[in-house]
Design a protein around this ligand. Structure first.
Ligand code: SAM
Length: 273
């Protein structure tokens, strides 16, 4: 490995460690520190089970954060290390292969994944691509039971912890020295903001909006613009509503590239045609 490649790799590693808060001690896991019902959308039983787990003396804090199973207090992403490695791999591959198009994440929370995307482009001195950060910046929409029965009963919209103001995300970009004119914010519900993105070319699309509706809105508006050789990443594929939206979209549009699992939650595929 030449010297530039070695330093580039160390910069990206360090960025990941900082974004996940794994660079710092004490460990940063949210559930036990803020067990308010509004902060965690799971059932009471789940919350109690989590609290019991945390109380165990041999509880493995590092692996929870590394797996991205919690909603951390300080980290700028809740995504775990394997899914971040997948983001890195996808971005590096589109750069290496010259796959055209911008990058987008739909559902950015505190911005960690889009900051990582921008950092990787910077590390490779890519001056062409823009990173788009799409979010309401006020959390997940209430479920629309009639239009999207798969989302019925979801309480995610009550989770205050998911509502991160745009200024906070901008500040996080700025902390890494990465807020510039090749970062664009799409503020609002996906159903209102993403239709205006039709016609753009994408090299990496990452979906992290939790609901069927959020996943489907992103796929319908963005997937037609994904370059051949580009990547479609789904953070929440392990959650039933999201998986159902992916299945319905693929079936309706003849998408047949194999879906590759990343970890217990995420999956992706590379567009072949
Ligand atoms: C699980 S968080 C995303 C985590 C993030 N990718 C990270 O790196 O930690 C889900 C985000 O999606 C946003 N969201 C979900 N559905 C949305 C929709 N339909 N329109 C706009 N924002 C949405 C929420 O505001 C929230 O910030």
């Amino acid at each position: 490995m030449d010297e530039i490649a070695r330093l580039r790799s160390r910069y990206i590693d360090l960025t990941v460690s900082a974004l996940t808060h794994m660079l710092y001690r004490p460990f940063d896991i949210r559930w036990d520190q803020n067990p308010e019902p509004d902060d965690y959308s799971g059932s009471d039983e789940l919350r109690e089970a989590a609290a019991k787990e945390f109380a165990r003396e041999d509880f493995d804090w590092a692996s929870v954060r590394a797996d991205g199973r919690d909603w951390p207090q300080y980290a700028q992403t809740m995504v775990g290390l394997k899914r971040l490695a997948n983001v890195r791999d996808c971005v590096e591959r589109v750069i290496a292969d010259g796959v055209p198009g911008d990058l987008i994440e739909t559902g950015v929370w505190r911005g960690g994944v889009v900051i990582l995307m921008r950092a990787i482009l910077d590390a490779y001195d890519d001056r062409e691509r823009t990173v788009f950060a799409a979010d309401s910046f006020r959390g997940v929409p209430p479920p629309n039971d009639d239009a999207y029965p798969s989302d019925a009963g979801s309480r995610l919209h009550t989770a205050k912890a998911l509502a991160v103001p745009r200024e906070d995300v901008e500040r996080n970009f700025d902390l890494y020295g990465l807020l510039d004119d090749r970062v664009r914010f799409l503020e609002g519900w996906f159903k209102d903001t993403l239709p205006a993105m039709k016609g753009r070319t994408w090299s990496v699309i990452r979906l992290d909006g939790d609901l069927y509706e959020s996943t489907m809105d992103a796929l319908a508006n963005l997937y037609p613009g994904l370059s051949v050789g580009g990547f479609l990443i789904v953070d929440d594929y392990g959650h039933e509503p999201c998986r159902q939206a992916v299945t319905d979209f693929r079936d309706a549009n003849g998408v047949d590239e194999p879906i590759e699992p990343i970890d217990w939650l995420g999956a992706f595929w590379r567009r072949a045609h």
